[in-house]
Design a protein around this ligand. Structure first.
Ligand SMILES: Cc1ncc(COP(=O)(O)O)c(C=O)c1O
Length: 390
């Protein structure tokens, strides 16, 4: 076993060697600019980009021309929300999102509020499932966009996306989903989901960092966002900038592999997660599950060990395990997780929440070791009582 065992796959996944192999020639011999199609170097780069676009489109049942390459899901979320807000500024000023969204959605919404737009943050239940009744009630004639994530990055809860798509369609409101954590892990079909815009990121599915996509349903003329980066008019004018050819090639390969191996991986992770959870309940209760017991990503387990501060546990296991307290983008932040608080739980529960994320490179032996090491460490930490505490 190689230590520390990596168990933080919601933060990022390791690059699959098969993906790296596909990417390497595009750093070296095929280095052309995909826009310089007048010569061989450019045209082979362009061909590689278009092949990747086709693969990615196939993975979500979309048309290749509806895939816009970006630098990742943060950028895709920004383009979707800011770009639609600007495009439809004359039609409306109201956006609906959910309290448990990633900061790359919430902070964009906060920015829009600062410039005079209105945002409704729909609550979730104790499992993290968005309240569909409240979401529907929030829609008004000025609503231009609903943005709800497909799967949550901290607690793994999967949203009722098809139902949200139905509601959005019923009221003629555009629907965007941040599928960064879901893509490559659960089946996604833009037709069934009835989404107009969808954000995806390669590094959450064993692809490279710094590349992602925004799906844009061009058949709905209202869905094409205004750009937020202006320039050479790449990617149908939605995202200017020279394309990251090796990254895009890797993204295409990663998504292709992920979809092919999804069923088998899902079952393996489901077994591991259930094993870990059962052992924790038996060996180090009181422990609470954060997120939905079934409607969740199979490779995510988020639990709160009562009385054990998450940062202390992470530090105590760090020579052997790489686990986390939640969103990587907020680890410098000592505030309790906004997601756990949104479930209606106390700051104590948020400060004791630990996220474990399996990868396809973990082994059963590692999971058994990690489970044991975690519960033993939790029990040790619980015994350490500071003299001034009762
Ligand atoms: C749900 C969700 N959205 C967006 C992002 C940002 O993705 P990227 O790192 O590709 O910008 C992340 C990454 O943590 C995420 O988990």
């Amino acid at each position: 076993m190689k230590f520390p065992i990596y168990l933080d796959s919601q933060a990022t996944t390791p690059l699959d060697p098969r993906v790296l192999e596909e990417m390497l020639p595009y750093f070296t011999e095929h280095f052309g600019n995909a826009s310089s199609i007048d010569h061989l170097y450019g045209s082979e780069a362009s061909e590689a980009v278009e092949n990747a676009r086709k693969k990615i489109a196939r993975c979500i049942n979309a048309k290749p021309e509806d895939i816009i390459f970006t630098s990742g899901a943060t950028e895709s979320n920004n383009i979707a929300i800011l770009g639609i807000a600007e495009k439809h500024a004359n039609k409306g000023d109201h956006i609906i999102t959910c309290v448990t969204e990633h900061k790359s959605v919430l902070d964009v919404c906060k920015h829009l509020e600062r410039i005079g737009k209105r945002v409704t943050y729909v609550p979730v239940d104790k499992f993290g499932i968005v309240d569909l009744k409240k979401l529907e009630e929030a829609i008004c004639d000025k609503t231009i966009l609903i943005s709800v994530m497909t799967a949550n990055n901290e607690i793994g809860t999967i949203a009722p996306i098809n139902e949200i798509g139905e509601i959005a369609k019923k009221y003629g409101v555009l629907f965007h989903t941040d599928a960064a954590q879901a893509a490559g892990h659960i089946p996604l079909d833009v037709e069934k989901m009835k989404v107009d815009l969808m954000s995806i990121s390669a590094h959450k599915m064993y692809g490279p960092k710094g590349v992602g996509a925004l799906y844009v349903r061009h058949s709905n003329l209202n869905a094409k966002p205004f750009p937020i980066i202006h320039g050479g008019g790449h990617e149908q004018g939605i995202r200017s900038g020279t394309l990251n050819v090796p990254g895009i090639v890797g993204f295409g390969k990663a998504f292709d592999i992920a979809v092919k191996e999804m069923n088998e991986e899902y079952k393996r992770f489901d077994r591991w997660r259930k094993y870990m959870w059962e052992v924790f309940k038996e060996k180090c209760s009181p422990v609470e599950l954060n997120g939905h017991p079934e409607k969740r990503l199979s490779h995510n387990l988020n639990v709160s060990f009562e009385g054990v501060e998450n940062k202390a546990l992470i530090r105590a296991v760090s020579s052997k395990l790489a686990i986390s307290s939640g969103s990587a983008c907020t680890t410098l932040n000592v505030e309790p997780s906004h997601v756990i608080l949104a479930l209606g739980f106390s700051p104590e529960r948020a400060h004791t929440a630990i996220r474990t994320g399996f990868t396809r490179f973990n082994t059963e032996e590692e999971i058994i070791f990690a489970t044991e090491f975690m519960f033993q460490t939790v029990n040790k930490l619980r015994k350490i009582k500071l003299p001034f505490l009762k």
